[in-house]
Ligand binder design. Sequence first.
Ligand code: CMC
Length: 392
Amino acid sequence: TGYITLDYGFKNTGSTSSAITFLDGEKGILRYRGYPIEQLAEKAEFLEVAFLIIYGELPTKEEYEEFKDAIVHHTLVHEDMKHFLEAYPRGAHPMGVAASMVCSLSTFYPESQDPNRPKKAIDLTIHRLLAKLPTIAAWSHKFSKRHPVVYPNNKYDYTENFLYMMFSMPTEEYEPDPVVAKALNKLLILHADHEQNCSASTVRIVGSSQANLYASVAAGVTALWGPLHGGANQAVIEMLENIRKDGGDTDKWIAKAKDKEDPFRLMGFGHRVYKNFDPRATIIKKAADDVLDKLGVVDPVLDIAKKLEKVALEDEYFVKRGLYPNVDFYSGIIYRALGIPTEMFTVMFALGRLPGWIGQWKEMIENGEPIGRPRQVYKGANKRDYVPIENR
Ligand code: CMC
């Protein structure tokens, strides 16, 4: 009833007030709970940032130990869940696997569905999600290759444990490389939250119907999968590979991106909110140089990416529209240097974004927000009478 404002894609519609992430798209500022992303990426640990996002403050030493301890005790995934993994086809996309496995957790832990939402049950669900997603992610990779899964080893910290489960083989011991673990820690922090983006809004809207947190996060994973959102990191590397195979002619691909008849877009470019630069991309570009250098990796697509960026930044089409490299433009190059396969890139994004989804869900619950239910403007047929099938 009443007057309805239409806003396709919610370009100018605020859906909530939030105290988690501050973002200034014009100035390229990003802060979690007031702390600049640059400082957190340089100095913090991912789980510390997760605690900050979810509970509002950086943890004290005691709080942090307790938090890490609670997570470590839930890194195993129920053995029965391995049967689901066995049933997926070889090469199944790990995002499809991750989404359904996360949703399945709710069937193993029904206390997450308690409508009274006791604090203890919420905290348990939070610990379980943070603990189990890396295991699910690494196992989905192992199963897609038909390799045996590697159980978590809690002598390692969060990022090391993930690398260990990804890369260890029964035939060959794997010791996580500190350079790799540090780079991964930074990437996860840079992805940890980004206010009301597509997947966070999805988590909030699903959660607003009082669906449980596992189900809400699973919906976030599926929203992230799309190439206009988190799926862009996989699409960027595929694009760069295609350009390389095509002889490295960046001008040709820039022309394709500008051609309005051609659906091709320059993946990893442009952002709904950042119109000057994406502060995450600035940090990631520098980290890509550092990591490749430290690991002694030479990747020809890094040169193509830099060339593409240079050409695009000088091109009127991109300048006029405020299209700059976003977080996904250089992240894939780092993941590749760390040995992470391309189809796992968006899962890496999900591992990083998990605290954001949890924090957004928790904030919505604590705010007592009503069910999310947008309106529409009807533009279909006027009333008409049913026509029996033989008369149509
Ligand atoms: N290449 C070529 N043209 C583009 C691009 C691009 N990557 N991005 C936007 N444009 C053009 C678009 O065609 C439109 O032109 P015109 O005004 O002539 O119609 C104009 O720029 C505005 O674009 P829009 O699609 O209306 O902007 P939006 O805010 O709805 O979309 C976006 C933002 C990120 C979806 C879009 O820039 C895009 O598709 N980028 C490529 C995919 C990508 O890198 N996604 C990752 C986003 S950042 C991390 C994340 O969210 O996961």
